[in-house]
Design a binder for this molecule. Structure first.
Ligand SMILES: [Zn+2]
Ligand SMILES: [Zn+2]
Length: 94
C-alpha cells in the first residue's frame, strides 16, 4: 500500500514521497491555507481583546435581535462564544 500524507491545513491527502511533500509545502494552495489557518488564531485573540473592552449588548444577549449586528458597539459574544475563542487562541500556543 502506498503511504499517504495528510495535510491538516489543506484537509487533503496525497501519496507520500519526498518530492510530493516538498512540492506540496511550497505550493500556493498550501501556503494560502496555512496562512488562513494561523490568521484564525490571531483573529481569535484579537477578537477576545476587542471584546474585553466592550460592555455586553443587553439586547442581543437577552435573546432579542440587535439591529446593529456585527457593527454594534456592544459585545455580542455569548459565554459559549467567548469560550470557543479562548480555546482557539490557546491552541495557537501549543
Ligand atoms: Zn497542505
Ligand atoms: Zn448589539
Amino acid at each position: 500500500m502506498v503511504k499517504r500524507y495528510y495535510c491538516d491545513f489543506c484537509d487533503c491527502s496525497y501519496p507520500y514521497s519526498d518530492e510530493a511533500f516538498r512540492k506540496h509545502r511550497t505550493g500556493h494552495h498550501h501556503i494560502k491555507r496555512r496562512r488562513a489557518h494561523y490568521d484564525q488564531f490571531k483573529n481569535a485573540r484579537e477578537r477576545l481583546e476587542d471584546d474585553a473592552k466592550k460592555s455586553k449588548c443587553r439586547r442581543f444577549l437577552s435573546g432579542q435581535e440587535c439591529s446593529f449586528g456585527d457593527s454594534c458597539v456592544f459585545s455580542h459574544l455569548t459565554p459559549a462564544g467567548t469560550e470557543a475563542l479562548q480555546k482557539l487562541a490557546q491552541e495557537r500556543r501549543n
